[in-house]
Design a protein around this ligand. Sequence first.
Ligand SMILES: Cc1cc2nc3c(=O)[nH]c(=O)nc-3n(C[C@H](O)[C@H](O)[C@H](O)COP(=O)(O)OP(=O)(O)OC[C@H]3O[C@@H](n4cnc5c(N)ncnc54)[C@H](O)[C@@H]3O)c2cc1C
Length: 437
Amino acid sequence: MTPWTNWAGTASTHPRRIHRPSNIDELRAVVTAVADRGGRIRPVGSGHSFTAIAATDPGCDAVDLGALSGLVSADVETGLVTVRAGTTLRRLNALLDMLGLAMTNLGDIDAQTVAGSISTGTHGTGAAFGGLATQVAALELVTADGSLVRCSPDERPDLFAAARVGLGALGVITSVTLRCEPAFVLQAHEGPLPLDEVLASFDELADREDHVEFYWFPYGRTALVKRNTRCAPGTPARPLSAVRRFVDYTLMENVAFGALCRLGRAVPRLVPTLGAFAASASSTRRYSDAAHRVFATRRTVRFVESEYAVPRESLLDVLDRLRALVPTLRHPVAFPAEIRVAAADDIWLSTAYGRDSAYVAVHQYVGMPYEEYFEAFAEIADSVGGRPHWGKLHPLGADRLRELYPRFDDFRRVRAELDPQGVFGNAYLDRVLGPVG
Ligand SMILES: Cc1cc2nc3c(=O)[nH]c(=O)nc-3n(C[C@H](O)[C@H](O)[C@H](O)COP(=O)(O)OP(=O)(O)OC[C@H]3O[C@@H](n4cnc5c(N)ncnc54)[C@H](O)[C@@H]3O)c2cc1C
């Protein structure tokens, strides 16, 4: 038995064995052997989901595709790039840099694997842009009978609609073809603004800016707003100096912020003051850089998180109720909430399926009580039809999720056809998808 724990420490388990196949034939043999003996096997990525979605049931097998990483093929003309599923986003960005290409949109960090990030619906921000899975043009996966299956809009379209955000329930993804675009520079403009002003104009801001998000320390009246604008081809980058980057991102956002969080955890009554101080200590900065260096930053301060996609028109109502909730909690909240937006898409289990969405994420510093906060937040989000991020903490089960996702039973049908024994199941999937069949 090998212990396994996710990044946040919210899920841990003891797989019977963690397989690390070095080629697809080895992977097929592993899956077939587990299926033949009636076992279960769970694909794992970088372990950056907060839920137990990647956790193997105790005594079952896990498969880690870390050795199946890197470029398979690239067509610079069309922008179609195929990578092995275990490639991390960091490595993907470096590979794309060398090809003069880029992902259209990315989330906050780049530690996840390509397969792991699309499987839970990982997203960034931008009202006209979808999550990472919307950039997938085709993928291949090893299914429960050991077959290698390909899907795209033209080949097995139902499987394609299901597998792009597949929760690791349909098979082990071996490669992903991404629709990339010529490398571009993002102009970043980050800084504090009065929260009320941001809320009053957020809809207009989200429609005007390419990529906009804001953080809000729950006791304060300041929002830290990040606006990123796509620059015309050929625009030179004007990045932050190495010293400024180190001071702003490493010292302020990680080292100093981590120290404030540790102090707040030790002396909880200081948390509201510390949060207000953290917001006020943020300065305005403008710079431009290769898109992936603006989208993604390093996060060394550990936290726990819940996030819901709500209909965009419900955002202000949700935030109003969240603001009213926080002062009533028994334990203070040390981490800011984060607000982002995304365009509607057509992926069956995407949190933005069929509707333009706003994402509201709540966080708590690791080791501080979060249950009451997250439960109350889940109730608020649920009351407006919010859909929880599959990789972030939430209490929902299959009955409620079926009401939230119009194609939920289509997903279950594809799953039952491909994996009638539930070889790729685990306790989390039992809860959110219900029994196979
Ligand atoms: C610090 C931090 C920042 C984050 N920022 C964002 C953000 O900005 N936006 C956002 O949306 N999310 C964010 N997340 C959540 C994160 O992107 C997702 O939870 C993502 O799924 C994690 O990818 P992973 O490679 O770690 O996969 P894991 O967490 O290891 O696995 C996730 C799922 O992928 C499946 N899987 C993994 N590999 C395969 C495979 N080869 N075939 C089939 N299924 C597979 C697993 O079975 C599981 O179901 C963040 C998380 C952390 C810890």
